[in-house]
Design a protein around this ligand. Structure first.
Ligand SMILES: N[C@@H](CCC(=O)N[C@@H](CS)C(=O)NCC(=O)O)C(=O)O
Length: 199
């Protein structure tokens, strides 16, 4: 199995954390969609990474679909609960993490400051509200959902890690001490440590 996508992409890291947690072997091909001659669109018509290419040559995208597929490949540890209500709650955490990452990508990629201050303010508000919701919903629990590690923790952890890397001016730790403690716990997991982008 091959995973197309470079380490700088938050969504690639999300998928890699899931693969590491499930102890599934894969080969990473560090594709960049924006690089000249990139072949990503041959696998994903949307031209986005990550793409998981199975041994039979089947391409799977995007990160949400890949994580669901990966979770079903090996039964333990279960990342997405089977019960409808539990599953929906975990997927809601995933939507929060993805939404924070999406807004972070948009803001951090506006290198030439083409977008207005109002646009930037709106994106940053999405990040702030997303974090506030995570902080509230985490409460005093050890894990984001239930009493064990799930995709909800991957979602929160990869989004916070990406924020730290590319929008370090956002001091989310002062306002969200529970998320700070969560991020510290997650950083100790092998899956998070092994997938931390270098540099
Ligand atoms: N919702 C998608 C987002 C994927 C995405 O936006 N990836 C970025 C890299 S961080 C990308 O490939 N961008 C290239 C493009 O949009 O042309 C997912 O979860 O996989």
């Amino acid at each position: 199995m091959k995973l197309l996508g470079h380490d700088g992409s938050p969504y690639v890291r999300k998928v890699r954390i899931a693969l590491e947690e499930k102890r599934i072997r894969y080969e990473q091909v560090p594709e960049r969609p924006s690089a000249p001659g990139s072949r990503v669109s041959e696998w994903n018509p949307l031209g986005k990474i990550p793409v998981l290419v199975s041994d039979k040559g089947r391409a799977i995208y995007d990160s949400r679909v890949i994580v669901e597929y990966v979770d079903a490949l090996a039964s333990e540890p279960r990342l997405i609960p089977t019960d409808l209500e539990d599953r929906t709650e975990v997927r809601r955490w995933e939507a929060l993490g993805d939404g924070i990452a999406d807004a972070t990508v948009l803001v951090s990629h506006d290198y030439d400051k083409i977008q207005s201050a109002e646009w930037h303010g709106k994106q940053r508000l999405k990040i702030e509200r997303g974090l506030a919701t995570m902080e509230r919903d985490l409460g005093s629990r050890e894990f984001c959902f239930g009493d064990r590690f799930t995709l909800a923790d991957i979602a929160a952890g990869y989004a916070l890690g990406y924020l730290d890397r590319v929008l370090s001016d956002i001091d989310w730790r002062s306002a969200h001490p529970r998320l700070e403690a969560l991020a510290e716990r997650l950083a100790k997991r092998d899956s998070f440590a092994r997938t931390l982008p270098k540099g």
